[in-house]
Design a protein around this ligand. Structure first.
Ligand code: 1GP
Length: 255
């Protein structure tokens, strides 16, 4: 079964999936093994690995370590065409659809595609839309692209539909790592009603109720990264998982 299908099955079975983002620069290897094992037991559905910019050479090592500690899918969430590893199960093959910078619309993809093929991992075509979130984020700065204004849901809807018509399988609505404000629920709801493409919501989610709010608004997957980089925050993994999964199917179906 493909990794995309596994993700969609998780969504269908549980109502939504909890994706934990691991930044290779932020994790001390000795603690990462225990953290991954704990996260898998506490209800994380899949692991994402990547960063807009890498300052260390720990990418490959990090992917391998996560893979060795869990049977859950390990998916690269690349900041550039250099973030490819045969140790992963799949890669979100991203197009920065909110950008008008050709490097992130086709340039990086052309550089990365042969590496993905050589690695033999599954590419998951994903439209990636950056939404304005209160301050300049790393992805905005590094990709030299403007985010979509957060009070313009119609613009996000048009981008989502374009992604769907271009054959992308997932739509990532991104506020940016450590964003001041996460993607507004109103935007998620409007996009979910308008386009037929599963939504991943991420960036600036720091509380279980925020995560649940994204799912109730229409997101199929929620990504949390930064929050779990703080000391002791691993104790709250189960709380996030419960917020994303508990009774979520019945609540979504009632709406
Ligand atoms: C960033 O959406 C992800 O690309 C996760 O964001 O690190 O703010 O949780 P946070």
């Amino acid at each position: 079964m493909s990794v995309l299908q596994k993700l969609l099955d998780i969504r269908d079975k549980k109502g939504a999936g909890f994706l934990l983002l691991i930044d290779p620069d932020e994790n001390r290897m000795e603690q990462l093994s225990e953290f991954i094992k704990g996260a898998a037991n506490d209800g994380v559905d899949a692991f994402l690995v990547g960063a807009s910019l890498l300052l260390s050479d720990k990418f490959e090592q990090t992917v391998r370590l996560i893979k060795s500690e869990t049977d859950k899918p390990v998916i690269i969430f690349p900041g550039s065409s250099q973030q490819v590893s045969s140790e992963a199960d799949a890669i979100l093959f991203l197009t920065l659809i909110s950008s008008r910078n050709p490097e992130y619309l086709i340039g990086e993809q052309v550089k990365g595609a042969p590496l993905v093929k050589q690695a033999g991992i599954e590419p998951i075509p994903t439209g990636y839309a950056l939404i304005e979130s209160g301050r300049t984020t790393s992805v905005q700065y590094v990709s030299n692209s403007m985010p979509i204004p957060s009070d313009k849901p119609e613009l996000v809807k048009a981008h989502a539909l374009a992604a769907e018509y271009m054959g992308m399988k997932l739509l990532y609505l991104e506020a940016g790592s450590g964003a001041l404000y996460s993607v507004p629920e109103e935007i998620i709801t409007k996009v979910a009603e308008y386009a037929d493409i599963p939504i991943i919501a991420g960036g600036g989610i720091t509380a279980p109720e925020d995560a649940r709010g994204k799912v109730l608004a229409g997101a199929s997957f929620v990504v949390v990264g930064n929050f779990f980089e703080k000391d002791g925050s691993y104790k709250r993994l189960a709380e996030f998982s419960e917020a994303i999964h508990t009774n979520i199917k019945s609540e979504i179906e009632v709406e």
